[in-house]
Design a protein around this ligand. Structure first.
Ligand code: ADP
Ligand code: MN
Ligand code: MN
Ligand code: MN
Ligand code: MN
Length: 348
């Protein structure tokens, strides 16, 4: 008898990803409409009280399962209580409400997810002093050479974890994630991939599933992934989630740079503190004004300026239309919150 394996994925109370498998017997393949709501034990994830522990998960987006292959699927869901109310950790439902208010704006998002690979408690490729201490009691991390040679590098002494990064790229493409590129980052052991441009809520859906795939790929390699915005204190770059954004008018209207894009950026400036508060936990340690960031205390924007809160790309300046980059979001941000908030502030 044929069957399809549907891996239901949901976001937990801490922005982690959980999953469980549903065997769907008698099926050759499935689409979103074939996938029933399901539930999990919310008392085990901090998402429901023990006496009423069922959390309902509702399928929202289906991807091919690159791990199992064939017609098996990964199913992105969001979480409801038994009465049908979105639970507090469900940030997708409010984001959909925001995007649904102005679909004709056709908001595009391209998100640059930075992340750090860890093995034995240190970033991948970093010397581990403990491993070299012949059983001594001190657990101390050693340091690699200073930053400079690692960004977009190639070579065993500078690029650490490429096999993982390549696997992640391939699995994302096989799943149907709209991934647009990868690169090694400034801090050794840190990498980036980009997802987009995606329209509206699709951006968050693809981002979350790409993070799930990253966790699974790292599991296969026995390495862990950290989305901490400042995983190593000191003179080491933090990890962000630059969010590139445009509406149809920004992309297509002649002279939109002055008439649409800059006014939108100025609206963002007026709500700087509110946005920063929604852009990821621990982001203050990253947004210091050093390491290609702007200080979290002060809003700024500029053309081609990687030390500003918002960067207008040279190409947008030259064409007089295009998109801009919000450089403030942290690597651990919730893309549903960030994309819908940018849309809300700039358009609604
Ligand atoms: P950076 O130069 O900041 O490193 P990247 O190349 O890493 O930029 O990422 C740029 C992202 O912006 C990509 O995901 C790309 O798909 C996206 N992007 C390109 N054009 C637009 C647009 N008009 N609107 C929104 N996002 C866009
Ligand atoms: Mn059980
Ligand atoms: Mn980038
Ligand atoms: Mn980057
Ligand atoms: Mn960027």
């Amino acid at each position: 008898m044929p069957y399809v394996l549907a891996e239901y994925v949901w976001i937990d109370a801490d922005g982690g990803l959980r999953c469980k498998t549903k065997v769907m017997p008698g099926r050759e393949k499935v689409e979103l409409k074939d996938l029933p709501d399901w539930n999990f034990d919310g008392s085990s994830t901090g998402q429901a009280p023990g006496e009423d522990s069922e959390v309902i998960i509702v399928p929202r987006a289906v991807f091919s399962d690159p791990f199992r292959g064939g017609n098996h699927v990964l199913v992105l869901t969001d979480c409801y209580d038994p009465k049908g109310n979105a639970i507090p950790t469900n940030t997708r439902a409010p984001a959909v409400k925001i995007f649904d208010q102005a679909p004709a704006e056709e908001p595009w998002f391209g998100i640059e997810q930075e992340y750090t690979l860890f093995k034995n408690g240190v970033p991948l490729g970093w010397p581990n002093a403990k491993a070299r201490s012949f059983g001594g009691p001190t657990v101390q991390m050693g340091f690699p050479g200073p930053q400079g040679p690692y960004y977009c590098s190639a070579g065993a002494d500078v690029a650490f974890g490429r096999n993982i990064v390549e696997d992640h790229l391939r699995y994302c493409l096989e799943a149907g994630i709209n991934v647009s590129g990868i690169n090694a980052e400034v801090m050794p052991g840190q990498w980036e991939y980009q997802v987009g441009p995606c329209t509206g809520i699709e951006s968050g859906d693809h981002m979350w599933m790409s993070r799930y795939i990253l966790n699974r790929v790292c599991e296969m390699h026995d390495v862990t992934v950290s989305l901490e915005p400042k995983p190593i204190p000191g003179d080491w770059n933090g990890a962000g989630c630059h969010t590139n954004y445009s509406t149809k008018a920004m992309r297509e209207q002649e002279g939109s740079l002055d008439s649409v894009i800059i006014p939108a950026i100025e609206k963002l400036g007026k709500k700087h503190a509110e946005h920063i508060a929604a852009y990821g936990e621990g982001n203050e340690a990253r947004l210091t004004g050093k390491h290609e960031t702007a200080s979290f205390e002060k809003f700024s924007y500029g053309v081609a300026n990687r030390g500003a809160s918002i960067r207008i790309p040279n190409a947008t300046k030259e064409a007089g239309k295009g998109y801009f980059e919000d450089r403030r979001p942290a690597s651990n941000m919730d893309p549903y919150i960030v994309t819908s908030k940018i849309f809300d502030t700039t358009v609604l």
